[in-house]
Design a protein around this ligand. Sequence first.
Ligand code: GDP
Ligand code: GDP
Length: 454
Amino acid sequence: MLPVVALVGRPNVGKSTLFNRLTRTRDALVADFPGLTRDRKYGSVDYEGLEFIVVDTGGIDGSEEGIELEMAEQSLRAIDEADIVLFMVDARTGVNGADSAIANHIRRINKKVFVVANKTDGLDADTAIADFYSLGIGEVYPIAAAHGRGVTNLLQQALVPLLSESQAARLAAYEAGEPLEPVDEDAEKLARDLHIKLAIVGRPNVGKSTLTNRILGEERVIVFDMPGTTRDSIYIPMERGDRKYTLIDTAGVRRRGKIDDVVEKFSVVKTLQAIEDANVVILVLDAQQGISDQDLSILGFVLNSGRSLVIAVNKWDGLNDSIKDEVKRELDRRLGFIDFARLHFISALHGSGVGNLFESVEEAFDSATRRVSTALLTKIMTMAQEDHQPPLVKGRRVKLKYAHAGGYNPPLIVIHGNQVEDLPDSYKRYLMNYFRKSLQMMGTPVRVEFRGGE
Ligand code: GDP
Ligand code: GDP
């Protein structure tokens, strides 16, 4: 599970600046869920070898009356979801009343909290942070979010104890300046028990609960007693045919009766965690509502994670043909760029199309975990090169030498050659698609990495 980091503090201390710095990295994606989550903003971050989810809580205006209320209404939820709270203060202004009020709350929460003194640029760091020990929270870390100073150090202090073994190894490799080798642990584990972790995600009311119930109610499904739950998602072991699954239920079906806050049964963090934890994700869309920005945000997180994906366009019942055509055109227009995911038109309510969904789930899982030999990958690479020569770069023709697998789930193909780093993106895409088609991989993204200098 990725650690969740919440940024908390009064307005103007630099939370957005830090959030932007963290999420501006290559793979970052930010989801804004206005209304649903008020001022919270979510990003999935890959920052110099550290992977985590960051939540910006927006401002807590401590100078207002009733800070308790303000905190309860938005930041407390974010803090609740977090593993680590970064309590940001302004090194230029020193401690003020609002900081103390927030500190009083934070001290009572049983969470790992780090005080982050921002805007230390041009200041003597030791002097700048001294004041903030009076907040009684603990260690104070000086940073200058606008310039990136101190950020990596802070994150390493805060995050390292929470990292999984594979993440820690990745970070160590990163720090040693080694190229990032994908960790193959997951693939090894998968090969042993071929156990599909399937997450059902989507914005509120698209029909996740209905779909989950439909799946669990199928005669062909054997549902086992549930072990402990993680976060708020429920992990339900089941068997379907000769396949073992764990259904990751983000909709909270089993506890539905207990949930009174209908909107907040949906949680972005829960969704992100479920995606990270899954092998295959079913993204549920609502045909009757069309595609919204929230759908695209969640889709963005799935793409960013590299997970296998099947798209279920739900509520396909009761639509007339002209509306169906219209929905299909909209899907083409807005989702056409995802060429690897299968699209299914289903009715979770009536059960139509749900069985076929599983064919695509299994296909996606098998594609994502399939072992492909160096010989075969090199052969496909050679064919691609013969069909379509790499371009000249600086007067020399780029030469591809050999290819091998660098990881699975999603499949990573590593290509070695001369000057391969200089290949234009269009050729890189060509190669990626060539591999995907030749290997008949469906439902999973395929990544290609280039190594030169030989
Ligand atoms: P938020 O309200 O807590 O999200 O704060 P913002 O990120 O919007 O920042 C408030 C102001 O502080 C902006 O004008 C930023 O440019 C400025 N700021 C943020 N980080 C730094 C920093 O490291 N050094 C300095 N000098 N200014 C900063
Ligand atoms: P969730 O918030 O994503 O878990 O959505 P729910 O499963 O609670 O469904 C939201 C609403 O859509 C409920 O009123 C469902 O009965 C309805 N619904 C779910 N699936 C379908 C479907 O396939 N067709 C129709 N017409 N309605 C559906």
